[in-house]
Design a protein around this ligand. Structure first.
Ligand SMILES: *Cc1c(COP(=O)(O)O)cnc(C)c1O
Length: 362
């Protein structure tokens, strides 16, 4: 197939799942984070594979992502991390489990459940322990729990929080203070409610770096796809992005390449035209300093990345039209590609647009 294709390696996913699982106590539940189309891959194929591996839970960011999983036949419980008040009907229709994270959301959701005569709806309670992104803080948590106790609309399944810096061992004191605060707040809540609750806090790098935040369940996203921030572990990248040399253009010294004379040739230059651009998720910031792999050699981008196309310098690289181009794979992975322009693997992967055909392998 001579075009741009994103290959999704389900065997690599299985490998990563077992590597991460091996770090956990046998009883610890595993929540797979499949938001943003499975970190830019294919959330449905990823979820189906994980169901076959007996995954306990899924997490998505928004209700529509959970609805898509349900429509594809996924029956596993699904936590919606950041549901919005417009999504109440979608949440209950598809049996999705929302995170309760603010009074605005909580009050409106309880009112919705009451007016639809729904009781004991499964929900998850989000505590802010220092990331200051989403969730109830120490003081708000008590008031929110009182509201929950005083109505029969909501039943809590879990209490959770999110860590800010598990990928940075320099910040372990901060991480431990978040863990301690979570322990403190969750034990107060547990004593208030008479039923059992799942506690969870850890993301991928928490699993590898902070076993003390394992609790009853972990939430892993990036690790399942083969990355653990900048830390090298025995994980295999699931995404392989490849394209093709559509055309080779010979430019002479003094010629320009791309919009706005983005590049000037200092010598006779062999230009490779690659059919992938910023509309596919390769940001314009890759115009300088990024490279792709052509026949085992690094070919640097030249000129500005266009909407549908980018140009690379093939001078001195044995190559012809129709040859494969690797943007990233297991060897030259998305983290290396990301670092070349100062971003992170998460952003590269989740930017990969719908226009790129996905191909499931293994
Ligand atoms: C995205 C997300 C995760 C997954 O984090 P990874 O670093 O990809 O493992 C876990 N928890 C929450 C709340 C998230 O938003």
């Amino acid at each position: 197939m001579k075009k741009t294709v994103l290959e999704i390696d389900l065997k690599a996913l299985e490998h990563n799942f077992s590597v991460i699982s091996s770090k956990l106590k046998p009883k610890t539940k595993f929540m797979a984070v499949v938001k943003a189309n499975g970190y830019g891959s294919d959330s449905i194929e990823i979820a189906k594979k994980l169901v076959s591996l007996n995954i306990d839970y899924f997490a998505v960011a928004f209700a529509n992502e959970g609805a898509a999983l349900r429509r594809s036949g996924i029956k596993t419980p699904i936590l919606v991390l950041l549901p919005q008040t417009e999504s109440f009907a979608e949440i209950t229709k598809y049996n999705l489990e929302p995170s309760l994270y603010s009074f605005y959301f909580l009050d409106n959701f309880i009112a919705f459940l009451k007016s639809n005569n729904i009781k004991n709806y499964p929900c998850h309670f989000k505590i802010n322990t220092g990331l200051n992104r989403v969730g109830f803080n120490d003081k708000e948590a008590k008031k929110a729990i009182t509201k929950i106790k005083d109505c029969d609309s909501v039943r809590l399944i879990s209490l959770y929080s999110h860590l800010a810096a598990t990928d940075d061992l320099q910040e372990s004191k901060f991480t431990l203070s978040q863990i301690n605060l979570f322990k403190k707040i969750s034990s107060i809540i547990k004593s208030e409610l008479s039923y059992n609750l799942i506690l969870h806090m850890s993301n991928t790098s928490g699993i590898f770096n902070f076993p003390e935040c394992e609790f009853d369940m972990v939430r892993s996203g990036i690790g399942l796809y083969g990355y653990n921030n900048h830390l090298k572990e025995d994980l295999i990248p699931v995404h392989r992005l490849r394209s093709v040399i559509s055309q080779i253009i010979s430019a002479k010294k003094g010629d320009y390449v791309g919009y706005n004379k983005g590049f000037i040739c200092n010598e006779k230059t062999k230009i490779g035209v690659i059919p992938i651009g910023h509309a596919d998720g390769i940001s314009r910031s890759f115009s300088k300093g990024a490279y792709v792999i052509v026949n085992g050699k690094k070919a640097f981008t030249i000129g500005n990345i266009c909407m549908d196309v980018m140009m690379v310098n093939l001078t001195g690289i044995k190559s012809k039209e129709g040859d494969e181009v690797v943007i990233f794979d297991k060897e030259n992975n998305a983290e290396d590609f990301a670092i070349s322009v100062g971003t992170i693997s998460y952003e590269i992967l989740t930017n990969l647009s719908k226009r790129i055909d996905r191909k499931i392998i293994n």
